[in-house]
Design a protein around this ligand. Structure first.
Ligand code: PGA
Length: 251
């Protein structure tokens, strides 16, 4: 039986003091989530990771939004996995569509990052999803299938067990245009089928999230889909009241 996961992606929002305030206010929520066997987490900016890690419940997952695949070296502006480990961070979002669009994050680069993270016993949350143009041309499964095959290339079954996949149609991120629950289920099931081809029975253990304009009002419908195990939430994860609403509606 797969656990449910609610992960907030704060993107480039919140100063460290605001992140700390949220972390302190989230302690009760982390307790509630644990009682219901739900995994709960947030992904702050690099500069707020420490504040959140130090002030949130130890049961709260604190994820980074990106990482470099090399442990150290001449990569100006980058942050390495050992630097995250030093703060006790062991989850990282990889291949978010905003990074694919603005920072040239390719499937190949995601693959290097995912393999590096798994080598450090960390959990990559690998994001996939099609653009509006691709959706309208009926290319969703072709695009998502390639992202999965190339991004997760050469992983062992044991490694595959430790990854999380997030299906986020680009056209629904931050737009208020939700994918229907039928689309979410259909694509998440398709992802599980591709994972089955790659990793056999392990595919049943891998958590698959839906993301894109998830709100307290619609989260329950997504999580009631067979192959949707949780949600990756941007805008609606920023305010503690809304984050609490998301959790309460999947208990
Ligand atoms: P959104 O973002 O919930 O604001 O649509 C989701 C995401 O980008 O992860």
């Amino acid at each position: 039986m797969r656990k449910k996961l609610l992960l907030g992606n704060w993107k480039m929002n919140k100063l460290a003091a605001e992140a700390k305030e949220f972390a302190l206010a989230s302690k009760e929520l982390a307790k509630k989530a644990k009682e219901h066997n739900i995994l709960l987490g947030v992904a702050p900016t690099y500069l707020s990771l420490q504040a959140v890690k130090e002030n949130a419940s130890k049961d709260m997952i604190v994820a980074a939004q990106n990482v470099h695949f090399m442990d150290h070296g001449a990569y100006t502006g980058e942050v390495s996995i050992p630097m995250l480990e030093e703060l006790g961070i062991d989850w990282v979002i990889i291949g978010h569509s905003e990074r694919r669009t603005y920072d040239n994050e390719t499937n190949e680069k995601c693959n290097l990052k995912i393999k590096a993270l798994l080598g450090h016993n960390m959990v990559p949350v690998y994001c996939v999803g099609e653009t509006l143009e691709q959706f309208e041309k009926g290319l969703t499964k072709k695009v998502v299938g390639e992202q999965i095959k190339e991004g997760l290339k050469d992983l062992s079954k044991d490694e595959a067990k430790r990854i999380v996949v997030a299906y986020e149609p680009v056209w629904s991120i931050g737009t208020g245009k939700n994918a229907s629950t039928e689309i979410a289920q259909d694509v998440c099931k398709f992802i599980r089928d591709v994972l089955k081809d790659m990793f056999n029975e392990v595919s049943e253990e891998i958590l698959i999230l839906y993301g894109g304009s998830v709100k307290p009002e619609n989260i329950k419908a997504y999580l009631s889909c067979n192959d949707v195990d949780g949600a990756l939430v941007g805008g609606a994860s920023l305010k503690i009241e809304s984050y609490e609403g998301l959790l309460n509606n999947i208990l």
